[in-house]
Design a protein. Sequence first.
Lengths: 369, 369
Amino acid sequence: MSTETLNQRCFNFSAGPAVLPELVLEQIRDEMLCLPGVGSSVLEISHRSKEFGHILNDARDRFRALFAVPESHDILFLQGGACLQNAMIPANLLVDAEQTGDYLITGSWGKKSSAEAHRFGNMHVAWNGDDDNFCRVPDSSEIHRSANPAFVHFTSNETIQGVQFHTEPDAGGAPLVADMSSDVLCRPVDIDKYGLIYACAQKNSGVAGVTVVVIRKDLLERCSDRLPLYLNYAKHSAADSMANTPPTFAIYVLGLVCKWLQDEVGGLQQMQAINEQKSNLLYDIIDTSQGFFQGHARTQDRSIMNVVFKTPNAELDAKFIAQAAAENMTTLKGHRSLGGIRASIYNAMPVEGVETLGNFMKDFLKANG
Amino acid sequence: MSTETLNQRCFNFSAGPAVLPELVLEQIRDEMLCLPGVGSSVLEISHRSKEFGHILNDARDRFRALFAVPESHDILFLQGGACLQNAMIPANLLVDAEQTGDYLITGSWGKKSSAEAHRFGNMHVAWNGDDDNFCRVPDSSEIHRSANPAFVHFTSNETIQGVQFHTEPDAGGAPLVADMSSDVLCRPVDIDKYGLIYACAQKNSGVAGVTVVVIRKDLLERCSDRLPLYLNYAKHSAADSMANTPPTFAIYVLGLVCKWLQDEVGGLQQMQAINEQKSNLLYDIIDTSQGFFQGHARTQDRSIMNVVFKTPNAELDAKFIAQAAAENMTTLKGHRSLGGIRASIYNAMPVEGVETLGNFMKDFLKANG
């Protein structure tokens, strides 16, 4: 292959780690050997240096401004992904033996989250969409909370099933806890409604290795000194996310992504409009394909981040994926647990990428429908 | 400042995150927008993709070859730093109520490690250098193990005090556990002597965000299913470090650093010789300064990674640090807990950087001695 071919960028529909804004990648590249005026790469500077202090504060300030996080909530940058949060949430919040961790299970990730809670206390499934093959979120009348929830947990967007909450479930006064790993920053959110929000960065806000936690400050009082240091939200909060060496590069990238959302996109309302435009483009093709393309999620619960669908059979699915790859659209294969096709169209996926996929879908329908 | 000045690289003596080989930084830069032939940045590809599978396997294989890790031991790539290991080690290994976690405390990091063990079982301090201001490692006669240690933990190199073990302490048959965060890959190690070795990457093997764990496979049987998923070594081992999304970029950099050590340096024996050459150059200047420069560590326990010393007074220390910075030698300030001067000269610090510092020290001695 020629150098040009070797370095040609594709439209990358990966579910995560996923596409980043090209402007962000270019800045990372340009600064890789030397942060301007610092004499070292961002990879090489001490987390205690004033230069990294500026990077950390800038990332936190931009995230706070962009996501409209009120001063009642703290912002933490942690490691271990959503996986470690699944343990930290009940470990920190489920401290009263009379209380229960309530979970709404709308897909694979919600199921995983709920599976850790019993190690720390009482777990209650307030709704489970497993019988419906996780194709929808619950109607409010279907949610059955426990008598005394310590918190109510839900997954705002299920990456694998392409199912998204478009309004918050009612927590009945208990702290609402949300895994927003795959849709954080895709739209404005009323943070006042939440006790805790967590999101690993590699889908919509940066790279693998950092997880943002937004926690209502009064909940920090629940965190027990008996917890190991790394598992204790209060310790991370008191140390300003520097209880140990934070994932410096991933925090730097998160800051650059927030800057891109502010300066290039214009904020989360604009981002939401673009995300709706992109996802509608694909859903419209699915809906007008006379059943050739079949979406997984119930219409009103469809995700604006992960468009999950299939063709009439697995053979055609495979043909679709292979032909798309040949036309520089990569990673369209559905998750191994569900099969079919999945187009993840996070914030950083350009409209042009979705239009290219849309045109490909129309051509594929004509040729195979 | 001109662009050239803005992008001029310094000799960076940071204790961590720390200097990386320039060849590694250049490759990261060159591949930032597109891994050759892949169509996306390494930051954007799924951890389940065959391309990342290749990167992960390559990093693990290179680390195994370079560090001579036998098949009896598994290699894991985890998040949370040494801080989370301080909890995971007793959580996984201290499962018998009749047993004790034994700790040798030779500096600030060993102290932190030992502070987590009591949450999970019995902790025993087998030696503590606090009374000696952590200037040395124990002689073998000074180590007092408990009657029944589940493991014996030590810190092979204390970054803050510049104290390094040059032979392993005797664990009396119990698994030897070592925090090698700041000296992994600085020299060959006989892995057969160890039950578990852990090292966060940002000092000597890569960037912040990944911690390498080398664990003897029979110890995985101790790991209880009662542990949260992320804290369970056996789960990470069974999932090949992919129990959740691993820190993909940090693993990629670790692989590049191992490749540099193999291809450019020629292996760990050569690296040790260079590290001894570099550290001897500075220690010789200290030793022949007629007491102007005073090293912190006892001579035979001096670190080949972190050279910790001071001048006759704090004012001269500050002058030294400021003048060195003006001559493009950065981050020479000692840790805030100890003061003075610290030159961290990890694998990636070129001999030229140490020579430049050495010449500066001689000049400073002439002018101020």
